[in-house]
Design a protein. Structure first.
Length: 184
């Protein structure tokens, strides 16, 4: 049998079986998730409980489950990252907020936060619903379209009517995370 058809058949078999030089028996590495196709379910990105990034320092205990950090940032939030800003990490660690305004003020416009999400935006709007931690109301809501870049970012202004610790539920493209923010 000629050599070219054998090579083509072997290549097709390797391709169809999903085997290749990087997927050997016993290999425990996972392939990178695929980018979601419009209208398709996003590739799963699993977040974990946030931990202090190596090299970051705690600026404040913040409130709830979100201390405020400065310094080193999570590697997934490094594209076009603002320098020397305080930030919070959501739970699970699928989102973080760069605090352009610190401290945050209740009853005032001008609280600027740049939300950086770990999971793809996929052309979807960020929806955020907030309430004081441990209470159902009052509430605060904002949304931001997927119209900024580079990186997986949503710039926003956050307004709350009363001081205290507020929990915001962030949702975009089938993903969600919660973050606690302290307003004075």
């Amino acid at each position: 049998m000629p050599r070219a058809p054998l090579v083509a058949a072997a290549a097709a078999l390797i391709f169809l079986c999903g085997c290749g030089p990087t997927a050997q028996s016993g290999d425990r590495t996972a392939a990178a998730p695929a980018t979601p196709v419009a209208g398709a379910t996003p590739a799963p990105i699993v977040g974990a409980s946030p931990t202090r990034p190596p090299g970051a320092r705690v600026v404040s205990s913040g409130c709830g489950s979100a201390p405020i950090y400065n310094g080193a940032i999570p590697s997934w939030a490094s594209e076009n990252a603002p320098a020397n800003l305080n930030y919070v990490i959501a739970t699970p660690d699928l989102a973080m907020g760069y605090l352009f305004s610190y401290p945050l003020h209740s009853g005032a416009d001008g609280n600027k936060i740049l939300w950086y999400v770990r999971a793809p935006r996929g052309g979807q709007t960020l929806e955020a619903d907030g309430h004081p931690l441990g209470a159902a109301g009052p509430t605060s809501r904002f949304s931001q379209p997927d119209n900024s870049g580079p990186g997986e970012i949503y710039p926003s202004g956050v307004w709350v009517p009363t001081p205290g610790c507020w929990r915001f539920h962030l949702a975009w493209n089938g993903y969600a995370a919660d973050v606690d923010l302290l307003f004075d």
